[in-house]
Design a protein around this ligand. Structure first.
Ligand SMILES: C[S@@+](CC[C@H](N)C(=O)[O-])C[C@H]1O[C@@H](n2cnc3c(N)ncnc32)[C@H](O)[C@@H]1O
Length: 282
């Protein structure tokens, strides 16, 4: 696995730009908006305009969980997508019949998500907003969907609190964060700490993740930690799933072996939960 120079450049830009913790997060993602193109590609585009089909296909197959998610189950429901990036999930949710409100911390993501959903004639309201300071009244949504976002926020627990606040009693949600009990996490730790000798420079398994992983912040949770953090905000986990991004993790190993390990100890940890206090809304 190779380090990601683009991520380090975005980190340096964020640190030079401000001392504010959440502003650093925002600058990182304004510099490298999520488009499913290679972070380090020299010709990497930050806008998906004119490339909608390719982007949406990349998003649809990015992980088996996203491919198999039952979007149609949310038809007619009010759904908040937090951290919409270029709008792939908002597109799929709206196509499935949900009434979608999307938010993202960055102007770049709002522009991309607005253009893709408008292009396909979908009625998705996209707003620039911080997950830690959601501007919606209490008990607004039936479902909150957030894929690969809240572990990047400067205070993930504050964002979980907001998820709980804006969900109706009995409302449900799905969030994906990074899994610490994963092949990728320990592969990075082994490679960086031992093979590259970072252990002799005061680095830890946690700190070396920044050389290989997206975002200014990128917390990794165990399934139990995640369930406990959500429970603190009144969100009761009904199911956790370990899944993965389609990219190969074990280079030079057969794909079947790679897939087997990624399925058991993949990098992505999904929690599906219900806000306590009422009958299930979905
Ligand atoms: C890894 S991308 C995921 C985007 C999209 N969910 C996807 O899967 O393509 C993370 C996104 O979260 C957004 N983000 C990070 N922190 C956020 C926050 N506190 N509030 C809202 N969005 C945030 C970033 O701007 C970025 O668009």
């Amino acid at each position: 696995m190779k380090p990601t120079p683009a991520a380090s450049t975005a980190r340096a830009k964020a640190e030079a730009g401000t001392a504010d913790a959440q502003e650093r997060n925002r600058i990182w993602w304004e510099t490298l908006p999520m488009t499913y193109e290679d972070w380090d590609a020299p010709e990497r585009k930050v806008e998906i305009e004119g490339n909608f089909e390719k982007y949406l296909e990349e998003f649809r197959i990015c992980s088996p969980f996203i491919t198999n998610f039952p979007y149609g189950k949310l038809a007619g429901k009010s759904v908040l997508e937090i951290g919409c990036g270029s709008g792939g999930a908002s597109y799929l949710l709206a196509k499935g019949g949900a009434k979608v409100q999307a938010v993202d911390l960055t102007a770049a993501a709002v522009k991309n998500a607005t253009s893709v959903t408008k292009f396909y004639g979908l009625d998705v309201n996209v707003q620039q907003m911080d997950a830690e300071k959601l501007e919606f009244p209490d008990s607004t949504f039936d479902f909150v969907f957030s894929w690969g976002v809240l572990h990047h926020s400067q205070d993930t627990q504050a964002a979980f609190r907001q998820v709980s606040r804006v969900l109706k009693p009995g409302g449900q949600g799905m969030i994906m964060v990074y899994n610490r009990h994963s092949l990728r996490y320990w592969q990075i730790a082994f490679q960086a700490l031992l093979l590259r000798g970072k252990i002799f420079h005061g680095e830890t398994a946690k700190s070396v993740q920044r050389f290989y992983t997206d975002g200014y912040y990128h917390r990794h949770f165990s399934p139990r930690e995640l369930a406990e953090c959500l429970a603190r905000e009144g969100l009761h986990v009904d199911k956790t799933t370990v899944t993965y991004m389609k990219e190969q993790m074990l280079y030079k190993w057969p794909k079947a072996v790679d897939d087997y390990f990624k399925d058991k100890i993949g990098w992505l940890l999904v929690a599906e939960f219900t806000k306590g206090g009422g009958p299930a809304a979905v």
